[in-house]
Design a protein. Structure first.
Length: 139
């Protein structure tokens, strides 16, 4: 069995952004030369997420609005965590809702997606450099 590992780095300009990383993950798969196996993609930071969904701008706006309703950034006093001197209590909650990682089957050298599926990096406490791990195993 072969194994491949790569870190993808992101630095967002906004506090919350959703970035389609499907092409970067596909390039990792090509570089790995693995044709049958599994591809893990996970956020390496507790205030970021990786998830699969449709690449539709209205859906992304809905997600951002929904997440801000469920875990609003302000008032900062809403979160005990912010008493540590940080202001990202909301980002931890948003990450919990959207998830840490995805695993996608690899078949015939391709990510084995359903219709419309794409991989996204969700940033909830941006404006600094963060990474995503891509780990592919198989033959």
């Amino acid at each position: 069995m072969k194994s491949y590992r790569k870190e993808l780095w992101f630095s967002t300009l906004k506090r919350m952004e959703l970035i389609n990383i499907t092409q970067e993950v596909r390039q990792c798969l090509r570089d790995s030369e693995i044709t049958e196996g599994l591809c893990l993609v996970n956020a390496m930071h507790i205030t970021a997420s990786v998830f699969i969904n449709d690449d539709e701008p209205g859906l992304h706006q809905d997600y951002q609005k929904w997440l801000e309703t469920l875990a609003p950034h302000e008032p900062l006093s809403l979160y005990q965590h912010n008493r540590t001197g940080e202001d990202n209590g909301d980002a931890h909650h948003k990450r919990q809702i959207m998830g840490r990682e995805v695993v996608v089957a690899v078949s015939d050298g391709q990510l084995d997606f359903g219709p419309w599926e794409q991989i996204f990096y969700g940033e909830f406490d941006g404006r600094r450099k963060k990474r995503v791990l891509v780990k592919i195993i198989g033959e």
